[in-house]
Design a protein around this ligand. Structure first.
Ligand code: ASN
Length: 392
């Protein structure tokens, strides 16, 4: 009967090799990574391969565990309700970072953890100030020589926004992984512990370097550029329109795609030089729209409004004049789509060139708000603002 590679631990070595220089058991799945492929499960040849790979990995396994900073910010992963109750009845952001870690002993096998409670909030309470605080902290941790990567626990409701902001503003190739939970730790089949272990497994793996900020949820690895929460309840709530980058298989990241757009070290944005973000509003498209909602944002002092338009970002004909006049009031209009996927095409269903409007390409309205704010910190003409959306 074929056994899995991880069942072959500890390997049987020739006596002449002496005692194994190991101080601990290897993280589950390391052998899988090194000797990947279904054929290794069966046959003598494959057993030999596994043993040889295992011996090669000895030096790595006896090296110190990676040093990971775990930054806790709250959310459902730190939530609690009555034990075993329906998962919707709970309070988010009540369990402290150290308790969270203490409940998952597997974490200590993967990394030397340095834990801090940066915030303890429901992620709906993330303001731009808190987002800047998080990004500054993550950048400072990444800059340290004694930190090999960062894992952030975060509420799922605005996880995609925070992750994207970090993806564009933290200038580091070290792994930065965001995770959370759809159910509190007290719920039946709570997902937080497994998500945390998987996030750490991704953050500690050498293959994760330089891939930008990642969201690890439900055994999937997503790029922060694309991922969105598309379900209010289910464990598989996180989806990327172009597909996940990879999976966590037997505790090890397995990659299937690359991120095509620039991020982190190639980004023009840098959290260490950002003091504040300009105010950008967001208006949802729907039938029977009213102009007053745009005026309310103008009165609040916005520099731009993202319009999450119907279909391909179509502006109702009865609002066109009002929205064209926004430019004269010093406000940029950025056309997005409320559909959840697909590009808004410049000059396709509106005269963007004539009106001085910007289109988001395929960026979601929530992330387009952040990209617009970042773009406005460096550019103030339509052509340059448009280029930012086509680049990132
Ligand atoms: N699943 C969650 O984490 C939802 C929670 N309301 C939050 O975003 O903080």
């Amino acid at each position: 009967m074929g056994r899995t590679a991880s069942e072959k631990w500890p390997p049987r070595f020739p006596a002449s090799r002496g005692p194994l220089p190991l101080r601990r058991a290897p993280p589950e799945g390391v052998l899988f990574h090194l000797g990947d492929g279904p054929a290794m499960k069966n046959g003598k040849k494959n057993v030999a391969t596994v043993r040889c790979v295992t011996m090669k990995s000895m030096t790595n396994l006896s090296a110190p565990l990676p040093r990971i900073a775990l930054v806790a910010t709250g959310g459902t992963i730190a939530g609690a309700g009555a034990e075993g109750e329906p998962s919707a009845a709970y309070q988010a952001a009540v369990v402290g970072a150290s308790d969270l870690i203490a409940r998952v002993p597997q974490l200590a096998r993967l990394a030397q953890l340095q834990t801090e409670q940066l915030l303890q909030i429901d992620s709906a309470d993330f303001t731009d100030d808190k987002l800047l605080l998080l990004a500054r902290r993550v950048a400072a941790l990444c800059a340290r020589e004694d930190v090999d990567g960062v894992v952030i626990t975060h509420g799922t409701d605005t996880m995609e926004e925070s992750a994207y902001f970090l993806h564009l503003t933290v200038r580091s190739s070290k792994p930065v992984v965001v995770t959370g939970a759809m159910r509190p730790g007290t719920a039946l089949a709570a997902d937080g512990p497994a998500n945390l272990v998987h996030a750490l497994a991704v953050a500690t793996h050498p293959s994760t370097q330089g891939r930008g900020v990642l969201v690890v949820m439900n055994e999937e690895i997503h790029s922060a550029r694309d991922v969105a929460k598309v379900h209010a309840m289910r464990l598989d709530a996180f989806v990327s329109p172009h597909g996940a980058l990879g999976l966590v298989v037997e505790g090890v990241p397995r990659w299937y795609r690359q991120v095509a757009r620039p991020h982190t070290t190639q980004s023009e944005f840098d959290i260490t030089t950002l003091d504040a973000l300009p105010l950008v509003g967001l208006v949802a498209g729907h039938g029977n729209m009213r102009a007053e909602i745009f005026d309310a944002w103008v009165a609040a002092g916005v520099r731009a409004i993202v319009y999450a338009g119907v279909g391909g970002g179509t502006v109702p004909s009865y609002l066109r004049g009002h929205l064209v006049a926004l430019r004269d009031r010093g406000v940029w209009l950025v056309r997005a789509t409320r559909t959840g996927a697909g590009p808004v095409i410049r000059n396709a269903n509106a005269d963007d060139d004539a009106h001085g409007w910007i289109v988001t390409d395929d960026q979601s309205p929530a992330r387009a708000r952040l990209l617009t704010a970042l773009a406005l910190t460096r550019h103030d003409d339509a052509a340059s603002l448009q280029k930012v959306f086509l680049r990132y």
